[in-house]
Design a binder for this molecule. Structure first.
Ligand code: PEP
Ligand code: MG
Length: 311
């Protein structure tokens, strides 16, 4: 595996998929990279960095206070690099930090976290990033340094955006961190009805891809807390309202030349896979243990679509 400096970065070359619809894998812990890559997935559809940060045992603010910014950036680089290396040249979508305040509260320094009645509706994802750019920028610095090291398979994804303003502000930070949005693949998660309904404006903001975070999209569409056992029976990722938001978003993205994907748990379920392939999604990212089944399900649905079209 030869790395190239960023000046001579390779063109964006997609890895040939087994199916027309790419099947990728979700990775939450860098140590799982090897097992994830062995599935034959076409890339990583979601690499979470929360585990890398939460295992420091301190809030980012406290960790940086004690160890400096450079050490924090190095921690992120080391975790992402493990996955980017294992998958190279297959693409790896890395998401900026998205931990709710109740998770930060468990850590040293957590006493300074805001007290929230409902952390899932609160200070997390891109809202926190934009409100606290000093920390957010360190994540982007880490990604930029990975590009400089030759990991041109890294892609940047922003969580919990609501509208084009969120996206344009995040993009501005990316540019200031030295990442050229025209040269790198970057995009957003579609996790709120607002993001799905405003997809045309998000596309205009320049995203390359939109990835459905159905864990959150379901809870916000149905007003069902994903962590509340009393309403767990109402939590339905295949609810017609959720599917309508997803279907309409895919259609607009196709018109706009934006790739679509799913990285929520529902991407591992066969009914959702059937729906998404029917709708023409570009890729599906599944849990490690589900990748093989999803690959077969995608193939089956694609073959049925071909047969239907010639009948
Ligand atoms: C989602 O919301 O579907 C998602 C993948 O993000 P997370 O589960 O980390 O909130
Ligand atoms: Mg989410």
């Amino acid at each position: 595996k030869q790395r190239q400096p960023v000046e001579e970065a390779r063109p964006k070359t997609p890895v040939k998929p087994m199916t027309a619809t790419e099947v990728k894998v979700n990775v939450s812990i860098p140590e799982a990279a090897e097992r994830a890559a062995a599935t034959g997935a076409d890339g990583v559809g979601l690499l979470r960095i929360e585990h890398m940060v939460l295992t420091l045992g301190k809030t980012p603010e406290r960790y940086i206070e004690q160890n400096g910014e450079r050490a924090y950036v190095d921690e992120i680089i080391s975790g992402v690099r493990e996955v980017a290396e294992e998958f190279y040249p297959r693409p790896v979508r890395v998401r900026t930090l998205d931990a709710p305040t109740d998770e930060f509260r468990q850590l040293e320094g957590g006493e300074n976290e805001p007290r929230e009645h409902n952390p899932m509706l609160g200070y997390r994802g891109i809202r926190r990033g934009l409100d606290n750019p000093n920390i957010f920028r360190l994540e982007l610095d880490a990604f930029r340094r990975l590009f400089d090291m030759g990991y041109d398979n890294v892609e940047v994804m922003f969580p919990l955006v609501n509208d084009a303003e969120d996206v344009l502000r995040a993009k501005e930070h990316m540019i200031e961190a030295g990442i050229d949005p025209d040269k790198r693949e970057w995009g957003v998660m579609i996790e709120t009805p607002a993001a799905a309904l405003g997809i045309r404006e998000l596309a205009d903001a320049g995203i390359d891809f939109a990835s459905f975070g159905t864990n959150d999209l379901t809870q916000y569409t149905l007003a069902v807390d994903r962590n509340n056992e009393h309403v767990a029976g109402l939590y339905d990722e295949l609810h017609p309202a959720v599917l309508k938001l997803i279907g309409d978003t895919i259609e607009t993205c196709r018109e706009e030349g934006v790739k679509t994907s799913i990285c929520g748990q529902a991407g591992s379920k066969s009914k959702m896979v059937q729906f998404l392939v029917d709708e023409g999604v570009s890729s599906i990212s599944a849990n490690i243990d589900a990748v093989r089944d999803v690959q077969h399900e995608v193939k089956r649905v694609e073959q049925r679509l071909i047969l239907d079209s010639v009948r």
